[in-house]
Design a binder for this molecule. Structure first.
Ligand code: UDP
Ligand code: MG
Length: 146
């Protein structure tokens, strides 16, 4: 039976460990921080986005000057895509990753520890429950979610 993704999304968020994190060998360290912070892994895979995938995933930013570079960066190698579960998942995960620009990120956050710049910033985190459901469904079918 098909799962109804929207009804399940309230305590879930979606993340990507971006190509820089995979290239630098930081998958294990970042996943350890995520699970140690109380997030349960609901779905996870190593995958690579096509240009069309990244253009669609980041369509909200298509008028921004960094859009082309963002698509190039996000497609240049594999990512780890994952759905995570925790009470207050979206907000708590944004706190755990820190601000978009790692130079301004709080001590101990994933971006402070592992990101190089505002563009190559190690991880993605959904910004709302609705986007968490949309982004999770972009990468995972219902039967890949546990
Ligand atoms: N980004 C960038 N330059 C900027 C702002 C954002 O290259 O000035 C990239 C960066 O990789 C960021 C992504 O675009 O994570 C999406 O931007 P958003 O504002 O949604 O930041 P986030 O939600 O990831 O913190
Ligand atoms: Mg965002």
């Amino acid at each position: 039976m098909r799962k109804i993704i929207y009804k399940m999304a309230t305590n879930r968020t979606f993340t990507m460990l971006k190509p820089d994190s995979v290239e630098k060998g930081n998958i294990g360290a970042i996943l350890e921080k995520i699970t140690a912070s109380g997030f349960r892994i609901v779905a996870m895979k190593l995958t690579q986005m096509t240009i069309a995938d990244a253009q669609a995933f980041y369509a909200v930013h298509r008028e921004r000057p960094f859009y082309g570079e963002l698509v190039e960066y996000m497609t240049r190698g594999p990512i780890v895509a994952a759905i995570l579960e925790k009470d207050n998942a979206v907000e708590d995960f944004r706190t755990l990753i820190g601000t978009t620009n790692p130079a301004e990120a709080a001590e101990g956050t994933i971006r402070k520890l592992y990101a190089d710049s505002i563009s190559e910033n190690a991880v993605h985190g959904s910004d709302s429950d609705d986007n968490a459901a949309i982004e999770g469904a972009f990468h995972f079918s219902g039967r890949e979610q546990f």
